[in-house]
Ligand binder design. Structure first.
Ligand code: MG
Length: 259
C-alpha cells in the first residue's frame, strides 16, 4: 500500500508538472543536432545539466554613468529603429526587432527586463526575447525561475552555445537585470583571429565569465565566424512573439587602456 501511494503521488506530480517539463524528457528535443565544439553536449541538449539555482534579489538597477549612451530611459525609442510600444515608462516587445541606430564594438551594456506575470510559459514559448550584440550574438532573455528548457536556451545563456554558469532568475513578473561586458572579435586579413568574449551578470550574479563566443547565434546547429566580420554592429532586442518588458537600457563603448 505504501508503494502504491508513492507511485500514485509520483504520477500525480508528473501530471501536475507536465507542462513545465514537456521539453525536459529523457528524449532529446532535438535528436540530430551536432555536438558543440569544446563540449560533450549537442546543441539544445535537454540532457545537459540544468544550471544550479542561486537565490538573488532580482534586478540590480544602475543609473546610466555620465559617459553612457542612454538607449531607453522610459521616454521614447528615438535611439532605435523599429516600432516597439512604450507604456508608462516601459518598453514592450512588439512585432519586429528593435535595433539601435548606433553601432558598437567593445562595450558595457545594462538592461532590465520583466516577463509579464500571468503569461503561460512553456519551454521557449511564452516568455522569450533576447539581446543580440553586434546584431549577431544572443544573450537569451526568458523565464527561468520555474520554466524548464534546454540549458543552452535559458535566460543568461549564450543561445545555442553555453548555458549560464548558474541560474539566479527570480519569479515571473519581477524585474531582472543584465550587465554585460562584450569584447568584439578581432580580425586579421578578413579572418577572425580572436573570438568575441562575453561576461554577463544576471541580477548581479556572474553567469558568463569571459565566454569565448564561437560565432553568430544559430538555432539547431553549431556556428563559426564568417569572413569579413564587421568592425561594429548594432544591438537589437528580439521579438519572439512575447511582450517582454524592458526598462533602463544604456551602453558604454569601451576604449583602450591609456587612452
Ligand atoms: Mg530569444
Amino acid at each position: 500500500m505504501k508503494y502504491l501511494t508513492a507511485a500514485l503521488t509520483i504520477s500525480f506530480a508528473s501530471l501536475l508538472f507536465a507542462d513545465h517539463h514537456t521539453e525536459q524528457t529523457t528524449k532529446k528535443l532535438y535528436a540530430d543536432t551536432p555536438v558543440i565544439p569544446g563540449s560533450t553536449y549537442t546543441v539544445h541538449d535537454t540532457t545537459r545539466p540544468q544550471p544550479r539555482k542561486v537565490e538573488s534579489t532580482g534586478a540590480v538597477t544602475i543609473s546610466a554613468p555620465s559617459d553612457a549612451l542612454v538607449l531607453f530611459d522610459g521616454t521614447d525609442t528615438k535611439a532605435w529603429n523599429g516600432d516597439w510600444r512604450v507604456e508608462e515608462g516601459i518598453l514592450i516587445a512588439s512585432p519586429g526587432a528593435l535595433t539601435t541606430k548606433e553601432h558598437f564594438r567593445d562595450c558595457q551594456i545594462h538592461l532590465e527586463f520583466r516577463v509579464p506575470a500571468g503569461r503561460e510559459i512553456m519551454g521557449q514559448k511564452g516568455g522569450n526575447s533576447g539581446i543580440f550584440i553586434m546584431g549577431k550574438y544572443e544573450i537569451q532573455v526568458g523565464e527561468s525561475h520555474t520554466n524548464v528548457t534546454y540549458p543552452d536556451g535559458q535566460a543568461g545563456a549564450v543561445y545555442g552555445q553555453t548555458p549560464p554558469l548558474v541560474n539566479p532568475a527570480t519569479p515571473q513578473g519581477e524585474w531582472q537585470s543584465y550587465d554585460i561586458i562584450f569584447k568584439a572579435p578581432v580580425s586579421k586579413d578578413g579572418k577572425v583571429v580572436t573570438p568575441a568574449e562575453v561576461t554577463v551578470l544576471f541580477n548581479g550574479v556572474a553567469v558568463q565569465a569571459g565566454f569565448r563566443i564561437q560565432g553568430p547565434t544559430k538555432h539547431k546547429t553549431t556556428t563559426s565566424y564568417p569572413e569579413n566580420h564587421p568592425e561594429k554592429g548594432p544591438i537589437f532586442l528580439q521579438w519572439h512573439k512575447d511582450p517582454i518588458e524592458y526598462r533602463n537600457i544604456w551602453v558604454r563603448p569601451l576604449g583602450k587602456y591609456d587612452q
